[in-house]
Design a protein around this ligand. Structure first.
Ligand code: AMP
Ligand code: MG
Length: 581
């Protein structure tokens, strides 16, 4: 073990550990808590009537479902120019933009019951009606909808890129559900807007399947994220050069109906500061703080500083969580970083398989700027850009304090990584060498190229005796890891560490570990296989993946049969994803 360069490894471990929020895990009834009471003392009749009552509470008819755009439209000046033609937009936050309907026939490729019922209060039956296809793809507007495209800018791959904006997304309005939670509904792939630049305003099936599945999967992993309600595919031809190599293909258009408490990004503020629109910058900041940062008082003279501090903290936590599940976003530009620190804008993301800090999911990212091991640093870069933006509204003293806050980012991240990886190893309490134990393991995994997800999962499934005996039949990732010459050294340290945990049995720590180490993540090959079928209008595998990934910590027979926890197939090695979507 002395040969591990602990410093290097720890730096990466620090960059790698992800935040562990002990929610979601094993909460089988997350959004429909009414279903969670079958074990209570109520008679089955009472349960049935409660169920019926709940069902009838759900909205049965889409014509009865309404959204509101008033808040945004009243709060901000709207682009005075109308029409979906490309232009430079100034002095506003949104442009009015009507979606362009997809050419039919339209098909419902996927739908999230959790979102439809649990967030939108809609009866699932409404998704089976013909009109749903139109509402969820831009052909028909929900009651109250006044669709908007958002003006934002951003730093892309390190450089200021100027005006970007919603080039193929339309915000439909806000829905406040019966729990009192407000969600912004948005279509992605719904046609051109003033921000489409040279794009066609469309999204293809492959990227839309990936966004639908990954946002729902991340939610089930406990990672803050936007959500996806539905995926509609069409026969509309969409031309794409997937790998920018001249191999142009005709694909098909698709639209995802997605939701977030807010879609504002770092780039939403940046464009205002860059173009000297300081009053509007202040207005947007006040709005975001009032709406989404309830603990910050609008009277607080330091409110922008407290806001910044919250974003710094939450971004560190989010990236730590990404790292704990081996998620690489792929395009960590400031326009893709949410001010609410949720994962947004799924593109060429990837879940790391063989453990490798240099894993780059996006083949268009030649320099590996957004490699998995760089995400924490990129977060820091993006927060620096946010600070530069806020400088316009901060006093000199506040700017100094903000710089101190930013300096604390690394420690927050490191603390969260420490917690998350300790949880992944089932460790309780604090011991001096805990980080070393993690770093040592990660270094071995890197050398042995052992699978990130399954190594941790199988460590959660193997008993101490099995580990001791190296009985790794069926445990392919651990078998790979155990080929490392230092495996025995690490294992002795680990088993000793576990044995020092008082009142903690094998079964106890295995249960804890299984609740934080998923057995199933959306590997590229799994998404690819589902996409190939979806392109032939067979959505069965999208449905299967959606179902399996909604309980990623629970072993499932169908998933095992599909090989989702098995060694990835050989053909998976050749798969590539790019920015083209
Ligand atoms: P992304 O990399 O998907 O986050 O997109 C970066 C910017 O390009 C955003 O302003 C998008 O709206 C815009 N964009 C991406 N694809 C298209 C497209 N097909 N048509 C119009 N705008 C697009
Ligand atoms: Mg984006």
């Amino acid at each position: 073990m002395k040969m591990c360069n602990i410093h290097t490894v720890l730096v990466f471990a620090v960059v790698l550990a992800a935040s562990f929020t002990p929610v979601h895990v094993l909460e089988f009834c997350q959004s429909t808590d009414r279903d969670c009471h079958s074990h209570d003392k109520t008679s089955s009749d009472t349960i049935k009537s409660r169920w019926n009552r709940t069902v009838s509470n759900l909205i049965q008819d889409l014509d009865q479902f309404s959204v509101s755009c008033e808040k945004l439209i009243e709060a901000f000046p709207i682009d005075e120019v109308d029409g979906n033609f490309v232009r430079t937009v100034k002095n506003c936050i949104f442009s009015r933009s009507i979606p362009t309907p997809l050419k039919g026939p339209l098909r419902l490729a996927a739908v999230s019951k959790d979102v439809i019922e649990g967030i939108l209060d809609l009866d699932m039956a409404v998704t089976q009606a013909e009109e749903f296809l139109h509402y969820a793809s831009g052909g028909r507007l929900l009651l109250g909808s006044d669709p908007l495209a958002h003006r934002y800018g951003g730093h892309q791959f390190g450089y200021w890129a100027g005006q970007l904006g919603d080039g193929r997304a339309h915000s439909l309005g806000q829905y406040t559900n019966r729990k009192g939670d407000a969600w912004e509904l948005q279509l992605k792939g719904s046609g051109k807007t003033p921000y489409s630049r040279s794009g066609d305003g469309r999204a293809v099936i492959r990227s839309s399947v990936r966004e639908f599945l990954c946002s729902e999967a991340m939610h089930s992993l406990g990672v803050p994220t936007s959500r996806a309600a539905s995926l509609i595919v069409s026969d509309q031809p969409v031309i794409r050069d997937q790998f920018y190599n001249g191999n142009v293909k005709t694909e098909r258009g698709a639209v995802v109906l997605r939701l977030a408490p807010s879609w504002f990004r770092i780039g939403s503020l940046e464009i205002l500061a860059q173009s000297g629109e300081v009053d509007l910058l202040r207005k947007l900041l006040n709005f975001v703080i009032n709406e989404h940062f309830s603990s910050i008082s609008s009277e607080d003279p330091d409110k922008y500083l407290v806001f910044y501090s919250t974003v710094v903290n939450d971004t560190a936590h989010l990236i730590a969580q990404w790292m704990s599940v081996g998620f690489a976003h792929g395009v960590c530009n400031t326009d893709n970083f949410s001010l609410l620190s949720i994962t947004i804008d799924y593109g060429p993301f990837g879940f790391m398989e063989a453990y490798d800090p240099n894993f780059v999911p996006n083949t268009s990212d030649d320099e590996g700027r957004y490699r998995i091991g760089a995400q924490a640093n990129v977060g820091l870069f993006n927060l620096e850009k946010l600070l530069m933006t806020l400088s316009a509204v901060l006093s000199e003293k506040q700017q100094k304090e903000a710089n101190i806050i930013l300096k604390g980012y690394a420690d927050i991240y490191q603390m969260r990584i420490h917690q998350l990886f300790k949880a992944k190893l089932g460790l309780l309490g604090e011991e001096e060498d805990d980080d070393y134990l993690t770093a040592f393991l990660l270094k071995m995994m890197e050398d042995a190229q052992s699978d990130f997800t399954m190594t941790f999962r199988q460590l959660s499934e193997a008993s101490a005796q099995q580990l001791h005996d190296r009985n790794f039949t069926q445990m392919w990732a651990l078998a790979d890891l155990s080929s490392h010459k230092l495996f025995s050294d690490w294992l002795s340290l680990y088993l000793l560490r576990l044995s020092r945990q008082q009142n903690d049995s094998d079964a106890d720590h295995q249960r804890r570990m299984r609740n934080v180490n998923p057995r199933y993540v959306l590997r590229n090959w799994m998404a690819e296989s589902a996409i190939r079928k979806a392109e032939e209008n067979d959505f069965s595998e999208v449905e299967l993946l959606h179902h399996v990934l909604s309980s990623p910590f629970v072993t499932q027979e169908t998933a095992e049969e599909a090989g989702y926890a098995a060694r990835p197939p050989q053909w998976a090695k050749r798969l590539k994803v790019s920015c083209s979507s």
